[in-house]
Design a protein. Structure first.
Length: 135
């Protein structure tokens, strides 16, 4: 009589599937993809870009800097003083030495601010500087 109960219990256990290892693998994959994904950083403000006839696609480590219509300069979502642009570039270059600078200047912004950014990039030894435009 006991052997009959043992066989029935063994048959019930054989029919069950343990989902715990599969869930562990799914969570590990989820964490992996979250950690390795690349997050897009924005300069901080929305600008109306000037029109351009030729547009080059850029990729890699980018330092986005925006110039508003009133001349305010934004990097990483915060407005900065033009005197500290070079320092900010050097800090970003410490993390990613081959970074490129993309200037997103509003079409109504003064060229003086763009020239300050270009000079700061040159002083920080950044070779690849682009001005963002729309085709």
């Amino acid at each position: 009589m006991k052997s009959g109960l043992m066989k029935k219990k063994a048959q019930e256990d054989a029919g069950e599937i343990d989902l715990t290892p599969m869930l562990d693998v799914v969570f590990i994959l989820l964490i992996f993809f979250i950690v390795t994904s690349v997050f897009v950083t924005e300069a901080g403000i929305e600008v109306t870009k000037p029109k351009a006839s030729l547009v080059d696609d850029t990729s890699g480590d980018l330092i986005l800097i925006a110039v508003g219509i009133s001349g305010d300069i934004w990097i990483d979502g915060e407005m900065i003083d033009p005197r500290f642009i070079r320092n900010r570039f050097e800090l970003r270059l410490a993390d990613a030495p081959n970074s490129s600078v993309i200037i997103q200047a509003d079409e109504g912004a003064e060229n003086e601010q763009v020239m300050l950014i270009l000079e700061a990039a040159r002083e920080a030894n950044i070779n690849n500087v682009s001005i963002s435009a729309e085709a």
